[in-house]
Design a protein around this ligand. Structure first.
Ligand code: HAM
Length: 424
């Protein structure tokens, strides 16, 4: 037999990793509940045309694309946004606006595998459609902060920009779409000289250069300076004012924004307004990112609808939590192993296990018919807290032996006192 391994870039998540991922997913669902996002489930396989339109060359060139048996060109979804926009332009066309939709699941990109970069990874995704107001943009940053805070992640910080500032300048200067895409891409990579060399007019280069040079710690001073620099470009100026409003809303809610990136574009073609990412100092990759995309729905054939959204990289959040020494709350719940001493005590042992489970403990029953010694060896290997040994003579007295597997002590305990004793 060949030595079967997961395909390169794919991972098996074993018990602890799956538990940790599920914990993050359940927090993401809680965020959806508190912010009133309805959860929808869309297919992993989508039409290639849908997921490749308006994403980015980077994503388009890294999709898992194939022909299905019906000769359709399909792809594994590289993100959720296109699928959600498909819903909004079709079956949810008439649903009331604003519409808040949440999804969670695996997405696929043929990225070069490395720490925090996988070919199959998990996202929690939130889209708010129908509002062009800054409150909607602020909500994306706030719910991201809520999720990370609820997981106990420390020192996370937001990088914020507004694609409308650079786009506003390039639009007013009638720079064609293809050049705009190239300039944004190069500026995002901080290859400014190369970016400016794509432009013909010196005044455009100089206003973009002045944006690049805006620096400082005070986010409001920076954005105000940006606003002044682009004052001759009406759309760019409106974008700067919009960014200031969003920042005011976010910071007034107690969430701090750490840096403003005037030339940040996040590599997705559909953004039109706010863009942001969240990071931790321990990792150089983003844990989540999002932004406003006011034209995507109409480009997909829907009624023109402003929209904003965010996706969180759950594997990266998990990695960041591990690096910060996160301990799951589950660890505090006692794990118990119930061992019947003989075959005829199986029913009694099962009843004890069920009762303790109903009281909120994690209980495993010995199901291999092993002798106590062997069963205890197993319980120790699995780092359980207690073993309950159900023996005939003790049960006759209404008791069992309770063995503390950490302290290596044991006592005989009445069944009615068992829970109290374990929880002491
Ligand atoms: P994105 O920035 O492409 O945005 O991905 C969001 C997050 O997914 C990233 O911040 C990162 O945490 C995670 N991620 C991306 N690539 C990988 C990878 N190869 N391995 C592990 N994690 C990864 C979007 O997907 C947009 N759809 C977000 C959005 C929603 N914008 C508006 N609405």
């Amino acid at each position: 037999m060949p030595d079967f391994k997961p395909v390169r870039g794919m991972r098996d998540l074993l018990i602890e990793e799956t538990k940790q991922l599920n914990l993050i997913i359940s927090n993401a669902r809680k965020v959806a509940k508190y912010y009133n996002y309805g959860e929808v489930t869309t297919p992993i396989v989508e039409s290639h045309e849908l997921v490749s339109a308006k994403s980015s060359d980077e994503i388009r060139n890294r999709m898992f694309t194939f022909q299905d048996l019906g000769d359709r060109t399909v792809a594994l979804r590289p993100e959720f946004t296109a699928s959600i926009v498909r819903l909004v332009t079709t079956v949810l066309k008439k649903a009331p606006r604003p519409m808040r939709l949440f999804s969670v699941g695996s997405v696929y990109r043929y990225d070069e595998p490395q720490r925090g970069r996988y070919r199959e990874f998990w996202q929690s995704n939130y889209e708010l459609m129908g509002s062009n107001r800054p409150e909607a943009d602020a909500e994306m940053i706030l719910l991201t902060s809520y999720l990370l805070k609820s997981l106990g992640l420390k020192n996370y910080f937001f990088k914020v920009g507004h694609i409308g500032i650079v786009k506003g300048i390039l639009d007013q200067e009638q720079v064609d779409e293809k050049t705009q895409k190239e300039v944004l891409h190069l500026m995002d990579k901080k290859e400014y000289a190369e970016a400016f060399s794509q432009l013909k007019k010196d005044n455009v280069k100089s206003v973009l250069q002045s944006l690049v040079e805006v620096k400082g710690d005070d986010i409001f001073k920076i954005t105000e300076e940006m606003r002044l620099q682009v004052k001759d470009y009406s759309k760019a100026k409106d974008a700067a004012i919009n960014l200031i409003e969003i920042l005011k809303l976010v910071t007034s809610s107690g969430c701090s924004i750490d840096s403003i990136q005037p030339t940040f574009s996040r590599g997705l073609e559909y953004y039109t307004g706010l863009i942001f990412e969240v990071q931790v100092p321990e990792l150089e990759i983003s844990l989540g990112g999002g932004g406003r995309y006011d034209r995507l729905i109409e480009l997909f054939g829907g009624i023109s609808t402003p929209a904003v959204g965010v996706a969180h990289g759950l594997d990266r959040i998990n990695l960041a939590l591990q690096i910060q020494g996160f301990e799951s709350g589950d660890k505090k719940i006692k794990k118990i192993f119930v061992i019947p001493i003989s075959e005829d005590l199986r029913i009694k042992a099962l009843n004890i296990a069920e009762e303790l489970r109903n009281s909120g403990l994690f209980v495993e029953l010995e199901v291999m018919g092993r002798k106590v010694g062997k069963a205890l060896e197993y319980a120790n290997k699995l780092k359980m807290d207690y073993a309950i040994i159900a023996g005939k003579s003790e049960l006759k007295e209404g008791s069992v032996v309770l063995r503390n597997l950490i302290k290596h002590e044991q006592t005989t305990v009445k069944l009615e006192n068992l829970l109290k004793k374990i929880q002491e």
